[in-house]
Write a protein that binds this ligand. Structure first.
Ligand SMILES: NC(=O)c1ccc[n+]([C@@H]2O[C@H](COP(=O)([O-])OP(=O)(O)OC[C@H]3O[C@@H](n4cnc5c(N)ncnc54)[C@H](O)[C@@H]3O)[C@@H](O)[C@H]2O)c1
Length: 254
């Protein structure tokens, strides 16, 4: 038995077209999984068409997850595309807003909490119900952050939402582990993606400060996320549950 075998696993993946999501989704497709990529724009469908040309089983689905009715319709459509079944849910959709805390707009707070935490909960709930019905377990992978551990600067909503994702992951583990469902979170470190464009400017003092603190001496990439995503979706991680696993070049332990 190949402990890392995820071939033909049925995966619903949000945020698949983003900086980190794309790397993880390509890793899963290369490993033979069947993936419905849910994204805010038509980019998911464009990418899915490209993946289909490679012979990978990918579908793109445009859906504004921030609208909870649309989210429910999107999840049901994703299930239809996967013949009514789900083995793996990856919650990688996320947004960031920056302002000094004393000026942080309420609308930004609500948007960030909705997409990063409430949408993650709703999708875990829908996928969890379906996995319980199927009776053969399942895998849920949430995307946390270094800001699940640290407070950061000028990102109060993001820090609160990602702290919430870590705690939600543990809470769901406690209830669903007995049914063979694992729920874990990946906490990416400082990754060189568009979400961090404000930080990766070499003239920004925070860029040098952060780079100096990373023991690996480089920022992470979406490629660095592939192995962990496959591991957490595969039987190799069957007894790992409720964990928040850093993928950070050692940043957290320095
Ligand atoms: N980039 C980083 O350095 C970093 C670090 C730690 C954690 N993360 C987390 O990793 C995850 C992926 O980040 P990324 O860098 O790929 O971000 P990104 O901004 O490149 O992509 C975000 C993704 O979320 C989707 N999304 C956003 N709002 C949506 C909505 N309303 N409906 C549907 N989809 C929506 C987008 O379509 C896109 O695919 C996020 O949860 C992010 O918080 C990123």
């Amino acid at each position: 038995m190949n402990l890392f075998d995820i071939s033909e696993k049925k995966v619903v993946f949000t945020g698949a077209s983003g900086g980190l999501g794309q790397g993880m989704v390509e890793g899963m497709l290369e490993a033979g999984a069947h993936v419905v990529m849910v994204g805010a724009s038509s980019k998911s469908s464009v990418l899915a068409a490209r993946y289909q040309e490679k012979g990978w089983k990918a579908w793109g689905l445009q859906c504004d997850l921030g609208d909870h009715d649309e989210l429910a319709r999107g999840f049901n459509r994703a299930l239809e595309l996967l013949d009514g079944e789900i083995d793996v849910l990856v919650n990688a959709a996320g947004i960031q807003r920056r302002s000094k805390s004393e000026e942080f707009p309420l609308q930004d707070w609500e948007d960030v909490m909705n997409i990063n935490l409430t949408v993650t909960f709703l999708l875990c709930q829908m996928a969890g119900r379906q996995m319980l019905r199927q009776g053969r377990g399942g895998k849920i992978i949430n995307i946390a952050s270094m800001l699940s551990f640290f407070g950061g600067f000028t990102v109060p909503a993001y820090a609160a939402s990602k702290g919430g994702v870590a705690q939600l992951t543990k809470a769901l583990c406690n209830e669903w582990a007995q049914y063979g469902i694992t729920i874990n979170a990946i906490a990416p470190g400082y990754m060189d993606t568009p979400m961090n464009a404000a930080l990766t400017d070499p003239d920004n003092p925070r860029f040098r400060e952060i780079t100096n603190r990373i023991p690996a001496k480089r920022w992470g990439t979406s490629e660095d996320m592939k192995g962990l995503a496959i591991f957490l979706a595969s039987p190799a991680s069957d007894y790992i549950n409720g964990a928040v696993i850093p993928c950070d070049g050692g940043y957290l332990v320095k």
